[in-house]
Every structure is written in C-alpha cells, then in structure tokens.
Design a protein around this ligand. Structure first.
Ligand code: ZN
Length: 217
C-alpha cells in the first residue's frame, strides 16, 4: 500500500474491471467516493478496459504506449466531481447511502460484545459477510487472525492499529498475513465502519470463540 488507508492500484483495477464480489465492490466504491485521486485512477482503468474490449489497444503494449494512452486520457478527463457526501447522510458515501436506503441511526444495531454493536447487511453463499461495526470510543477490539481478506472502511470516528491511524474514508486491508490484529478505537465519538470479510476470523480468546457463532463473524 503506497499510502496508509488508500487501496493499492491492483484492487482499484480489479474493481474497475468488475471482477470483485458485490460486497467488495460496494466497499471499494464507497472508499473511492472519498478520494478524487482514486476516482481518477478508476476512470483510467475503466477507459483502458473499455479500449481493450473494443480491440483498440493491442494486448501487448509497450510501457510508453501505455503512458501515452494514459496521457491522452488525462487530457480528456472531465473535471473531478466534488467530494461526494450527501447532505442527508453526512456519514455515508453515496454508494453506501443508496445501498442502505436509510440513515445509519435508523438501522437495527445488535449487541456484539462490550462496547460493540453490529448490523449484518448480507451473508453470501460463498461465506462472504458484509456488515457494519459500531464501536464506542476507547474500545479495544478482540485480538484475531484472518483466514481470508478483511476490508474495513471507516465512516465515522477513527481507530489505530499499531502506529497506523484510520479515519473516515480510509480503508484497512487485512489478510492471513495480518496476525494479532487488534484495532483500538479512538477516544470520543463512536467509530462506525463498513466491513467485508470473505472467511471467518480467528479469535484468540476463549470467550471470543464461544460467542463467535452467535455474532456470526
Ligand atoms: Zn482484522
């Protein structure tokens, strides 16, 4: 990751090419909505993808041909849209707002653990889970490891993991290589995050493992 909290290019290209799952696409689209630089990258990837489909770009392109194409696209680029957070849902990027169709406070938040509530949005046949986490300021999330990929997009508040700090619009990407993961919520307002996991996490504590089937993580 080039900059903490911004998705690396390979994920943006996968998103632009339509190869992410529905849940991952929603999280990536919501993340991109916060950042003009990422919108531009996605637009470029979509344009290149479109040209490849139409046979306008040879599959084997030299580096400078790609660069020239990108430059041509840049010259064509529309003015960047203003950062999009609708007035009706100030904490929600437009893709999430239209997916939910209601404000975060209008959702049914269920107890998940001390200081933590969740809304399960969707569980897919392949085991993927899309959900919202709401954690009180100062909460330490339970230590866990990952069997799959975990995307966490911050909507309100913030948290840190070690010396990395995540605030609204930033995304954390964790995977099997991310061990002993323990986000610590910043003091102050609730931290609400949109999360997608593609496999159950591995909780370290006995209590965590006991409640895991009930909270469905
Ligand atoms: Zn994690």
């Amino acid at each position: 990751m080039t900059k903490t909290g911004l998705l690396p290019d390979e994920w943006l290209v996968s998103y632009a090419s339509g190869s992410l799952s529905e849940a991952q696409s929603l999280v990536v689209a919501s993340h991109v909505a916060y950042h003009d630089e990422l919108k531009a990258k996605v637009a470029d990837a979509e344009a290149i993808g479109g040209m490849l489909l139409e046979g306008l770009v040879p599959e084997r392109m030299s580096e400078d041909a790609l660069e020239r194409t990108m430059k041509a696209l840049d010259n064509d680029a529309d003015e960047p849209e203003p950062v999009a957070v609708s007035a009706a849902s100030p904490h929600m990027p437009p893709p999430l707002a239209s997916y939910l169709g209601k404000d975060l406070d209008a959702l049914k938040w269920r107890f998940m653990g001390p200081g933590m509530k969740q809304v399960k949005l969707k569980t897919y046949e392949n085991g993927e889970r899309l959900w919202l986490l709401r954690a009180r300021g100062g909460t330490k999330m339970p230590f866990h490891d990952h069997r799959g990929t975990e995307f966490t997009l911050v909507l309100t508040g913030g948290y840190h993991v070690g010396d990395k700090h995540y605030t609204p619009g930033l995304i954390e990407l964790a995977g099997p290589e991310t061990t002993d993961h323990q986000p610590v919520i910043d003091a102050g307002e609730d931290c609400i995050c949109l999360v997608v996991t593609d496999a159950p996490i591995i909780l370290h504590s006995m209590l965590g493992r006991l409640v895991q089937p009930f909270i469905g993580l």
